[in-house]
Design a protein around this ligand. Structure first.
Ligand code: KIV
Ligand code: ZN
Length: 510
């Protein structure tokens, strides 16, 4: 029988540490439900002591999730562990994940502790966490750059103290696959009590080797991998969940492992993370990129038409990419619409289906072909929205090569209708000037990006903006066939998120 590898998803914790990828509480709960559908074994929901917001998010996720373990991160000290447990304790299957660095570089420059002091802190942390739960994971931060004898000593000590999972992170993405595989094998041969814990790995992608290192570790005895959807995470990111899972599945012939992941949910999960974080997946990204299953060269197209396996090592359907890209058109009715939405993995109330259907009909009037990505954008734009203080009612722009661009914006603000006009160097600038004045925002627009969701002249444009106020950053998104309307929607979405954030207390890491 094939050995099962546990998938520990850290999209909501390490993934959220990507610049600009922060998620609010409701967004984390949405991600958690998507990860449940994916059937991850463990999901790390956040770092409870980091902020009030993170604490609340972990608490909500722990309470909401029934079919997976929920982990909360804590440094190796009593205060962090108590706080993590406070957030996790009502969950169905909580895990405390405590960590301390073990490399001499971190000990000397960051912790200013001796090796003996670090072992002592690690053991005390594990013992303290074990008073709350049996499900305790310990991570030796920067394990790859740690002295091997010392790492063996730490691993043995934390297992003896009661850690059921011991994680060996490549915190700075420094390892080479053969070297990392050997490290895991050495731990197995040298740590006498190693069989009492699951060995986990957590690889960062600074050299682009995070997935390769994770696979090498699995081949050498690791039983858990930590990874993120779309590979988001600190700096160059973490090992990508979808790539690890599909490597294990596709190369089962030589790897001989399985995971519990329902791979048909990989693509919907990837789309959701893109929508929530605003971090767009590169088109040539393995498994979930727009071109991952596109065959451009004539010789390839010819081969695939004759026999798919000529150029396809896995089917698009197996990762949840619909082969039936052209899904609906203007003559499609409610029934077909509802079915397609369900197939895409959304569970919407009747009221939300109706809202999305109205948007779909209006899009179908403007655009001949409606793709799955268009439906994703409609749902992200129309349904997955936070409480809105600001709403766009209408927008009219005047621009071209003769007159200065002007925009007239009609909005609802706190339930009251308002109208104003702006001018600018372009129509988006003009609309933004009017919106900024009407909302009296003090925020600064720090990033604006636009991409086309589908192909063709009538494609929907998706705009992502990053807006900052008093050190807090939020992302806003908007989609529409008219790029100026999409831009206005994205800006207003960001302003609504800022308002939402302001109502929450976000303190800094103590
Ligand atoms: O990269 C790392 O070392 C981490 C630990 C906290 C597990 O994220
Ligand atoms: Zn990490």
């Amino acid at each position: 029988m094939k050995k099962n590898i546990k998938i520990f998803d850290t999209t909501m914790r390490d993934g959220e540490q990507s610049p600009g990828a922060s998620m609010n509480m409701d967004e984390k709960v949405r991600v958690a439900h998507e990860l449940e559908k994916l059937k991850v074994d463990i999901m790390e929901a956040g770092f409870p002591i980091a902020s009030e917001g993170d604490f609340e998010a972990v608490r909500k996720v722990a309470k909401a999730v029934k079919d997976a373990q929920v982990a909360g991160l804590a440094r190796a000290n009593m205060k962090d562990i108590d706080r993590a447990w406070e957030a996790l304790k009502y969950g169905a299957c909580p895990r405390i994940h405590t960590f301390i660095a073990t490399s001499d570089i971190h000990l000397k420059h960051k912790l200013k502790k001796s090796r003996d002091e670090v072992v002592e802190a690690a053991v005390a942390a594990v013992k303290h966490a074990r008073k709350y739960t049996d499900n305790v994971e310990f991570s030796a931060e920067d394990a790859v750059r740690s002295d091997l004898d010392y790492l063996c000593r730490v691993v043995e000590a934390v297992i003896a103290a009661g850690a059921k999972t011991v994680n060996i992170p490549d915190t700075v993405g420094y390892a080479i696959p053969s070297e990392f595989g050997k490290l895991i094998a050495t731990l197995h041969s040298r740590v006498p009590n190693i069989d009492e814990a699951v060995i986990s790995v957590h690889c960062h992608n600074d050299l682009g080797l995070a997935v390769a290192n994770s696979i090498a570790a699995i081949e050498n005895g690791a039983g858990q991998v930590e990874c993120t959807v779309n590979g988001i995470g600190e700096r160059a990111g973490n090992a990508s969940l979808e790539e690890i899972v599909m490597a294990i599945r596709t190369r089962g012939d030589i790897l001989g492992y399985t995971t519990g992941i329902e791979t048909e949910h990989l693509y919907p999960a990837s789309r959701l993370i893109t929508h929530i974080t605003g971090m767009v997946v590169q088109p040539n990204k393995a498994i979930v990129g727009a071109n991952a299953f596109a065959h451009e060269a004539g010789i390839h197209q010819d081969g695939v038409l004759k026999e798919k396996s000529t150029y396809e090592i896995m089917t698009p359907e197996s990762v949840g990419v619909s082969h039936n890209l052209l899904v609906l058109g203007k003559h499609s009715g409610r029934h077909a619409f509802r079915e397609r939405i369900k197939e895409l993995g959304y569970e919407l109330s009747d009221e939300n289906i109706e809202k999305a259907f109205v948007r779909f009909k209006s899009l179908a009037d403007k655009k001949k072909e409606i793709f799955d990505e268009d439906l994703d954008a409609i749902i992200a734009d129309e349904i997955i929205r936070i409480e809105e203080k600001y709403k766009l009612l209408s927008l009219n722009v005047n621009s071209g090569t003769i007159s200065d661009p002007t925009a007239t914006v009609h909005m609802e603000i706190n339930g009251l209708a308002k109208e104003d006009s702006g001018t600018g160097v372009g129509p988006v600038d003009a609309a933004y000037e009017a919106i900024a004045r009407m909302t009296e925002t003090k925020s600064k627009l720090v990033r604006y990006s636009v991409s086309s969701i589908t192909s063709g002249m009538d494609a929907q444009g998706e705009v992502t903006v990053r807006v900052e106020e008093a050190g807090k950053t939020v992302l806003g998104q908007g989609a529409h066939t008219d790029i100026i309307v999409a831009s206005a929607k994205a800006y207003i979405n960001a302003l609504n998120k800022l308002e939402y954030r302001k109502q929450k207390v976000w303190s800094d890491l103590p």
